[in-house]
Design a protein around this ligand. Structure first.
Ligand SMILES: [Zn+2]
Length: 234
């Protein structure tokens, strides 16, 4: 009887350990198999699911040292790319609840495209196998506000110039405040800017456009609401 109890206890403990390992393995990190099995639609759905966990305060409890060890040994197989703002509050790995080796991330104030960024994305997709590119703007973006206000400062002037087509692209009634004091105007420019950067990626990169046309990649805009944490794809 005692032995039976001991073995039952052992089995229960073993069962718990096994299920914990299964959980840990499932969310360990992206590997070659996961990346290969991921479609562009899957990639977007996985980002949405991760953002839902972030909003709910239910981010996975990851073993980062283990992820670092695994990805350094086996290589990286990220399945998505995110172009986001420099803003310290809009961090892709956190808001999409992803670990080491899951995402390629390009960051620059105003999430604008450049030749170097395009080259990086061509590597990330055509060479390294990512299935989606998300251009993620965010609410209350200082770079967008600066562009609306025509701020000039050193090299920042050129950078903000990249956002000006979105500022000019929003039409308003005569007399409307088109400065950063108008939150609704700023939000419209932010949304249009992310969409225009998506268009720029497709216009300026033959490599990426061909992948999209073949159905191997999607390039989409999104907006991260800093106050709720929610990312809206559109
Ligand atoms: Zn910003």
């Amino acid at each position: 009887m005692k032995n039976a109890f001991v073995s039952l206890f052992t089995m229960a403990t073993l069962g718990m350990a096994l299920s914990f390992n299964a959980f840990a393995k499932e969310y360990q990190t992206a590997d070659q198999q996961l990346q290969a099995a991921t479609t562009p639609t899957d990639a977007i759905e996985r980002l949405k699911a991760g953002n839902a966990r972030f909003v709910a305060g239910e981010n996975f409890d990851r073993d980062y040292p283990a992820q670092a060890e695994l990805t350094s040994e086996d290589g990286q197989y990220p399945w998505a790319v995110v172009l986001s703002c420099l803003d310290s509050r809009s961090t892709p790995e956190k808001v999409f609840d992803q670990g080491i080796g899951d995402l390629f991330v390009g960051r620059v104030a105003g999430n604008v495209v450049s030749d170097n960024m395009l080259g990086s994305f061509e590597f990330a997709t055509r060479v390294a196998g990512a299935k989606a590119i998300v251009v993620m703007g965010h609410t209350a973006c200082g770079a967008v506000k600066g562009a609306c206000d025509g701020v000039e400062l050193g090299n920042l002037t050129t950078l903000l110039g990249e956002i000006m087509p979105a500022v000019d692209g929003i039409t308003t009634e005569p007399g409307t405040d088109r400065s950063s004091a108008n939150a609704e105007f700023v939000h419209k420019v932010t949304k249009l800017n992310a969409q225009m950067q998506v268009n720029e990626i497709l216009r300026r990169s033959d490599v990426i456009r061909e992948m999209v046309e073949a159905g191997d990649l999607v390039v989409v805009p999104a907006i991260h609401d800093l106050s709720t944490g929610e990312v809206t794809f559109y």
